[in-house]
Design a protein around this ligand. Structure first.
Ligand SMILES: Nc1ncnc2c1ncn2[C@@H]1O[C@H](COP(=O)(O)OP(=O)(O)OP(=O)(O)O)[C@@H](O)[C@H]1O
Length: 617
């Protein structure tokens, strides 16, 4: 029943010294209701300034509506009232319907779905009412092992209907063609809706984005009429979602816009390499959820155009990457040294497909009484990705790639080539391989950190649409990107880190679909022999005898050949490992994986190759 919560910022000024805000009007009227007859007005709660600070959640907000108790948001700034939600959870006659009924300016919001025909939204019930084959192979997830630890873990759900997300969000979920929640969603959404902090590890392509977006959007919808201070030109988002790359931030933003369509929750993205003024203008129009890369976020904070003091929800996607050596200082600055509410006051959710123990230990600094959740792991759970490893000398790699591409082209339907993502180690290597492919008749493009943002976006579009069905990439494209129809991932150069391999191959075989991953291995990759052989074995893949031999002779993998896994899982809760801190096997598998035998001193983040590190935003 409102447009963005952020609109209220323009209504409730705060004096420069941050003292009690004085409403300029007797009662705040959301913008979309301002020109309506009084009789049309919904039953609004009184002015939020009559309520105590963050703790004013009477009336069935998420915190008081049956979830686990959440510490009160005793924020230092006085009077920034969170008025209580109008309704409790699950009241069919109440809140969600009320909320959607009041939305009468829907047409203003750009429809992010493909169901807009001639300016009219087609009936989603009609469009998706049939028993839908969404392309997701849920059987593939049936026997995925799930492990949770922590106190009072809320039980999982089996259907979206069991989660009270409200009719508008439910409609958006149907428009996304999500018929039932994936395992990570089944477990993570109830945990997050109960207000709990969460460290969640689930295989690539298994729907983690929705798992953190749904509770955030729903939480903001429930907490009605959040009033925000107005200090200078700063804006005050309620939720912050951080991701390591610009492209991933854009993707999360696009997804979140779909999930929040017509809910009144406003999502904005800010990332480096794009003009900041445009992003500032967008922020000024109102922001509830800010999706950002760390660098641009710090820039906005330092310009005092953004304040984190109203943040209720913090989500880190690819959290292990966000907390590794490259990003950790920036993340600490953002989370601990700016004006963000403390852990336990905000709700924090960390998601990734991999979670090395040392990173878990670091991450626990940001969490309060959290639940650790792990759902399978790429290698062991998605037999959906067929993994092949071939011994290819450095000098033969190009011709070998050419053979693969020719074979693929011959098998392609209607002469159309399936999308192929080729990972290389360096930016120079990417450019040179792209050039070589093009002159040999294979339309290719490239994405890496030396390209301008415009070039990167163009390259991604050209790849997605199949115009250039081969994308040569550095690790900048390794994580999170959800590109439909990537049939083949080629590790032309293997990464030095098995977790990076997991993320790279995860660009195919997503959402229950099958995929193929081929790795070129040679003596330059000895440190990868053992973790790779192990990972493939866990995933029921055929491990070539020569790789097993290399694995048995391999030196202890070096700093990067850690395994974040514990047997069947992408990671294990480090709190469970009584030996943690006593030995050096930070990355050794719990359970039965033989990593302890590696005896790898942690030394995590012992340095990515320069060409790789700089590819990250
Ligand atoms: N419940 C669902 N039903 C059908 N499809 C879904 C469902 N949830 C998510 N998807 C789809 O699955 C795909 C993968 O989701 P997403 O990108 O969130 O995966 P992820 O777990 O974040 O992967 P990664 O670890 O690579 O970042 C997306 O295309 C998404 O739209």
């Amino acid at each position: 029943m409102r447009t963005s919560w952020a609109d209220s910022a323009s209504e409730i000024p705060v004096s420069d010294n941050g003292s009690t805000p004085r409403p300029t009007r007797s009662a705040y009227v959301p913008p979309h209701l301002r020109n309506r007859q009084a009789s049309d007005a919904p039953n609004l709660p009184g002015p939020a300034t009559e309520r105590p600070g963050f703790c004013g959640t009477a009336g069935g907000s998420r915190w008081s509506g049956g979830g686990a108790p959440k510490p009160e948001l005793g924020h230092s700034g006085p009077g920034y009232g969170y008025a209580g939600g109008l309704v409790g959870r699950g009241g069919s006659g109440g809140g969600w319907n009320n909320r959607s009924r009041g939305w009468d300016k829907r047409e203003r919001e750009v429809n992010p779905f493909d169901d807009d025909v001639d300016g009219k939204t087609v009936d989603v019930e009609q469009a998706f009412g049939e028993p839908e084959n969404t392309g997701i192979n849920f059987d593939a997830y049936e026997d995925i092992p799930v492990e949770t630890s922590g106190e009072n873990v809320p039980p999982p759900v089996n259907t979206f209907a069991e989660i009270d997300l409200g009719e508008v969000m439910n409609q958006n979920i149907r428009r996304c063609k999500y018929v039932k929640p994936t395992p990570i969603q089944r477990h993570a959404i109830p945990i997050a809706l109960a207000g709990r902090d969460l460290m969640a590890c689930a295989q690539t392509g298994s729907g983690k984005t929705a798992a953190f977006c749904f509770p955030i959007i729903s939480g903001i919808m429930r907490e009605q009429y959040v009033q925000r201070p107005r200090v200078g030109r700063a804006v005050y988002p309620l939720a912050l979602i951080l991701s390591p790359t610009r492209e991933l931030s854009c993707q999360i933003h696009d997804e979140a816009k779909k999930f929040s369509y017509q809910t009144g929750v406003k999502v904005v993205v800010a990332y480096g390499g794009a003009p900041i003024n445009q992003q500032l203008r967008e922020l000024e129009r109102g922001v509830d959820i800010l999706v950002a890369t760390p660098g641009r976020l710090v820039d906005l904070l330092e310009r005092a155009r953004l304040s984190l003091m109203m943040i209720r929800y913090l989500a880190l996607d690819e959290a292990d990457r966000m907390l590794d050596m490259g990003f950790e200082p920036q993340i600490r600055k953002i989370v601990e040294q700016m004006d963000m509410p403390n852990r336990g006051v905000r709700q924090t959710m960390l998601f990734s497909a991999t979670f090395p123990r040392e990173i878990q230990r670091l991450a626990s600094d940001f969490l309060s009484n959290y639940i650790f959740l792990t759902v399978g792991r790429v290698g062991s759970s998605t037999d959906l990705i067929v993994q092949r490893v071939e011994f290819v000398l450095e000098s033969d790699k190009r011709s070998h790639l050419m053979d693969l591409l020719h074979a693929q082209r011959e098998n392609g339907a209607h002469g159309k080539q399936a999308l192929t993502l080729v990972f290389v180690e360096t930016k120079k290597g990417a450019d040179s391989l792209e050039h070589w492919l093009c002159i040999n008749g294979f339309p290719a493009t490239t994405i890496h950190g030396d390209r301008t943002q415009q070039e990167r976006e163009l390259a991604l579009r050209s790849f997605k649409t199949g115009k250039t069905p081969i994308l040569v990439a550095t690790d900048v494209a390794a994580r999170g990107l959800d590109i439909p129809h990537v049939a083949h991932v080629v590790n032309f150069d293997l990464p030095n880190d098995i977790d990076d391999y997991v993320h790279r191959i995860g660009r195919t075989g997503r959402a229950g679909k099958s995929g193929l991953a081929t790795a070129f291995f040679n003596e330059g990759n000895l440190s990868m022999a053992r973790p790779l052989a192990e990972l493939m074995q866990e995933a029921n893949q055929e491990v070539p005898a020569w790789l097993t031999r290399y694995a048995s002779r391999a030196p202890y993998g070096g700093s990067k050949n850690r395994r974040s896994g514990g047997g069947r899982f992408g990671a294990r809760d480090f709190r469970r490992e009584s030996s943690f801190g006593k030995n050096l096997d930070y990355y050794g598998g719990g359970g039965n994986s033989g990593n302890a035998a590696y005896g790898v001193p942690s030394n995590y983040g012992g340095g990515y190759a320069p060409g790789v590190t700089s590819a990250w935003d």
